[in-house]
Design a protein around this ligand. Structure first.
Ligand code: SF4
Ligand code: SF4
Length: 120
């Protein structure tokens, strides 16, 4: 099943439910991403990290979350930093997903159902 999903991941269609922005766990920032996000928001990187980041695992810069787990950049209209969102967000679910992703991601659920039904 997993390899079939992998083979057909280009058929994935996002439903814009934003459930992936409300999950437990962190969005880790890779090298250069804090600077890119700060620039997009018109801030310097120090202001940006003060306002929107915290440190996880004692050494990794991650995005802050609200108490309900929603990402600090999630708005009712979706991601407010979409054009420059972190790679971890942009790569989901094409380059990474977990078994739990199939519980909350409507697009993955549909793809899994299609695969199970053997649809072309
Ligand atoms: S940065 Fe944007 S896409 Fe990534 S979790 Fe936050 S709201 Fe979602
Ligand atoms: S959970 Fe899946 S379907 Fe919903 S916005 Fe995220 S990627 Fe798209």
């Amino acid at each position: 099943m997993n390899s079939e999903i992998e083979n057909r991941i280009q058929e994935f269609a996002c439903r814009r439910c934003n459930a992936c922005c409300r999950q437990s766990g962190y969005v880790y920032l890779r090298e250069g991403e804090a600077e890119r996000l700060a620039g997009f928001l018109g801030q310097d990187v120090y202001e940006f990290t003060q306002d929107f980041c915290e440190v996880a695992d004692r050494r990794s810069l991650v995005l802050k979350k609200h108490s309900d787990e929603a990402c600090v950049f999630l708005t009712p209209q979706g991601c407010s930093v979409h054009p420059v969102k972190p790679a971890q967000c942009a790569e989901f679910p094409y380059r990474w997903r977990t078994p739990r992703s199939f519980d909350y991601c409507e697009g993955l659920k549909s793809l899994a159902e299609k695969v199970l039904r053997g649809q072309k």
